[in-house]
Design a protein around this ligand. Structure first.
Ligand SMILES: [Zn+2]
Length: 95
């Protein structure tokens, strides 16, 4: 009867999908320790569903930030000011 006591080679355990999803915000905010980030990256590199979720999560955050900046107006890729400036320049080229 020999039990495994004191493993000399602790295998780095990859986080489960659930853990990845739970700490996704920390991962994206860069608040995870280097070691955990690597474990996350390793999991994401071989898990399609988490990668897909991460992409969705990222775009959701981008939308939320954009709408937070413009107070409820739908998120646009370009600020109105810039679009107007470009349109004005196109319509009335300065000579
Ligand atoms: Zn996963």
């Amino acid at each position: 009867m020999t039990g495994h006591s004191g493993d000399a080679h602790p295998t780095p355990r990859l986080p489960t999908c659930e853990e990845v999803l739970t700490f996704l915000w920390a991962y994206l905010d860069g608040e995870l320790e280097e070691e955990k980030r690597r474990a996350f990256d390793a999991h994401l590199s071989r898990c399609e569903s988490c990668t897909a979720y991460l992409a969705t999560y990222r775009s959701t955050i981008a939308l939320e930030r954009a709408s937070a900046q413009s107070e409820g107006t739908p998120a646009e890729e370009l600020p109105d000011d810039l679009i107007e400036a470009v349109l004005a320049a196109t319509r009335h080229p300065r000579s």
